[in-house]
Design a protein around this ligand. Structure first.
Ligand SMILES: [Zn+2]
Ligand SMILES: [Zn+2]
Length: 353
């Protein structure tokens, strides 16, 4: 099938306008990178400890109200402790999985982690408690385009749908008794020994996940029937999926799939799931307005896509390693190329007949 790059849309005032079709997958890659490399809660934070199960949780036990000390819930928690060094930071330097490691002494529990595990922790911590901010970010981005701007949705199953931006909605699922939650602490200054053997943390951002019920909000896109596969359902975009870790062996840093598959994914994350409750626009909270800048940067990078390439996995600027099949997809390195392959193999011009 010939790829369609533009679409003639009849606007509300009955005039016709030809639009370049935006690629939602590419935008999601850029949004992920531009947002999480400057996430204010974790800005310049270095990973100093991890707890991946009950036996590793002692360090967290002293955080008031954290729920870490509740034995019934302990098995469901993974936790990360970050620390911001009290030094001058270069504001142009982005946070990445590489800059997340302590400069001098790397604690043994962190040293034992693989590069992939560290990568997951980087995105997982930042995506935690970030689904409503994802909606705010998408809205800020889409405000930069016209309401009837068309978007292409390249799905993992190789199907392609087209939707108009005004045919989008918010969808909230309620996860009852989540099977795993992330807790992160970002502390400023050294942890100190409050009692023999009990380390306590000074002031910091504490991001909790102790509730029994958790709302998870994503954005849904209604496919245009004539321009989408027969029976194509609403497509869900979840930019905060990494808070649950790499789901079912997935490597993608976000989820873009139809609502049935997405529902099944949600069901794997909790004892029960209700929803989705469909809603209209989300009103961003004051602390989410930094995302307006993120949206502008993403649009700028997307507009320069012909000359300034980015990694198809993580969204970092990338100009060294191109897919040999199509020479149109770029990557940081071989690892990120492999991580992106399950999606790219469906769309690589060099692979398709
Ligand atoms: Zn990359
Ligand atoms: Zn390719």
């Amino acid at each position: 099938m010939q790829r369609q790059d533009t679409l003639l849309v009849e606007r509300e005032d009955k005039t016709m306008k030809e639009y370049d079709i935006l690629d939602l997958y590419d935008l999601a890659v850029l949004l992920t990178y531009e947002r999480y490399t400057r996430e204010p809660r974790f800005r310049h934070a270095m990973l100093i400890d991890v707890a991946r199960g009950p036996e590793e949780l002692e360090l967290f036990g002293d955080i008031p109200g954290s729920g870490w000390d509740n034995p019934a819930k302990r098995h469901k928690r993974v936790g990360y402790v970050f620390k911001v060094e009290d030094i001058e930071h270069d504001e142009n330097e982005l946070d990445t999985p590489e800059t997340m490691l302590p400069l001098t002494i790397v604690p043994p529990r962190i040293e034992a982690l693989s590069v992939q595990q560290l990568d997951t922790i980087f995105w997982q911590a930042r995506a935690h408690d970030a689904c409503y901010a994802s909606i705010a970010l998408l809205q800020f981005l889409f405000k930069l385009y016209e309401p009837d701007q068309p978007v292409r949705i390249r799905l993992e199953n190789g199907h392609e749908a087209i939707a108009l931006l005004h045919g989008r909605l918010t969808a909230t699922y309620t996860l009852k008794d989540p099977k795993q939650m992330v807790m992160s602490v970002v502390c400023h200054g050294e942890p100190y020994e409050r009692a023999p053997g009990i380390m306590a943390l000074k002031s910091g951002t504490f991001i909790t996940g102790e509730g029994d019920s958790m709302p998870h909000c994503v954005m849904g896109f209604l496919p245009i029937v004539e321009l989408s596969p027969p029976g194509q359902k609403t497509v869900m975009l979840d930019l905060a999926s990494m808070q649950f870790g790499c789901l079912r062996g997935r490597t993608s840093l976000f989820v873009l799939e139809d609502m049935d598959a997405f529902r099944t994914r949600m069901e794997g994350l909790a004892e029960s799931v209700s929803g989705p409750d469909m809603g209209g626009p989300y009103i961003p909270r004051g602390e989410e307005y930094w995302l307006e800048d993120v949206a502008r940067r993403v649009k700028r990078r997307y507009d320069r896509r012909e000359t300034e390439h980015w990694c198809g996995h993580c969204g970092a600027p990338a100009n060294r390693l191109a897919c040999t099949g199509c020479k149109a997809a770029w990557y940081c390195d071989r690892e990120h190329q492999v991580a992106a392959w399950s999606h790219h193999k469906r769309w690589c011009a060099g692979k398709k007949k």
